[in-house]
Write a protein that binds this ligand. Structure first.
Ligand SMILES: Cc1cc2nc3c(=O)[nH]c(=O)nc-3n(C[C@H](O)[C@H](O)[C@H](O)COP(=O)(O)O)c2cc1C
Length: 171
């Protein structure tokens, strides 16, 4: 797929076929996140990738809207260090956003759909995933083949009008 097609085809998918991803595809998605830019290249993240169905089902319980995690073929939990420093917290979340998006676009390029899932119960996530006490999951990104239809460019995305969002020169 062309980069532009991957960008315009990506959409949040909440129902997956469930068939496994090829290991090389999963590695490429993870490498895309690993390559993401971050503030001063501090790479505040660790990625925990889950592919076992039983573990995915458990993981789907950390958020009431997380049913798509249970059905996914792989879910990546992006984990960062807790911090009392607001700047560090905000920077980490910005950087995690970049890593997330890079993984999602790399996935779309392979025809693999993705979705975000928040984490409501960090303690349950910790029990399942085993990350240290001083870390937490910012977001989980689930991956898989869409159950409804293959990814293809979306002509009219559900967005605020472009000319309302874009200000040229000044507000
Ligand atoms: C930070 C963030 C958190 C999100 N959390 C969830 C979530 O917990 N559950 C969910 O179904 N979708 C979640 N979404 C997906 C958004 O609802 C979705 O991206 C938005 O509606 C635009 O649709 P699209 O991704 O299909 O273009 C999240 C998106 C972002 C960026």
């Amino acid at each position: 797929m062309e980069t532009w097609d991957a960008i315009t085809s990506r959409r949040n998918v909440r129902q997956y076929e469930g068939r496994p991803l090829q290991e090389t595809d999963l590695e490429r998605i993870l490498e895309a996140g690993w390559r993401a830019p971050s503030s001063r290249n501090w790479q505040p993240w660790d990625f925990i990738v889950v592919t076992e169905r039983a573990e995915l089902i458990e993981l789907s319980k950390v958020w009431r809207g997380g049913a798509h995690v249970a059905e996914s073929s792989a879910t990546v939990a992006i984990v960062v260090q807790q911090s009392d420093d607001q700047h560090a917290r905000e920077t980490a979340r910005f950087d995690v956003g970049q890593a997330s998006m890079q993984m999602m676009i790399a996935a779309a390029d392979l025809g693999i759909a993705s979705g975000h899932s928040a984490v409501g119960d960090q303690e349950l996530a910790r029990q399942i995933l085993g990350f240290p006490e001083d870390r937490y999951v910012v977001i989980m990104i689930d991956f898989g083949y869409p159950a409804d239809r293959p990814l293809s460019p979306i002509r009219h995305p559900n967005r605020r009008p472009l000319d309302e969002v874009v200000h040229r020169g000044r507000w």
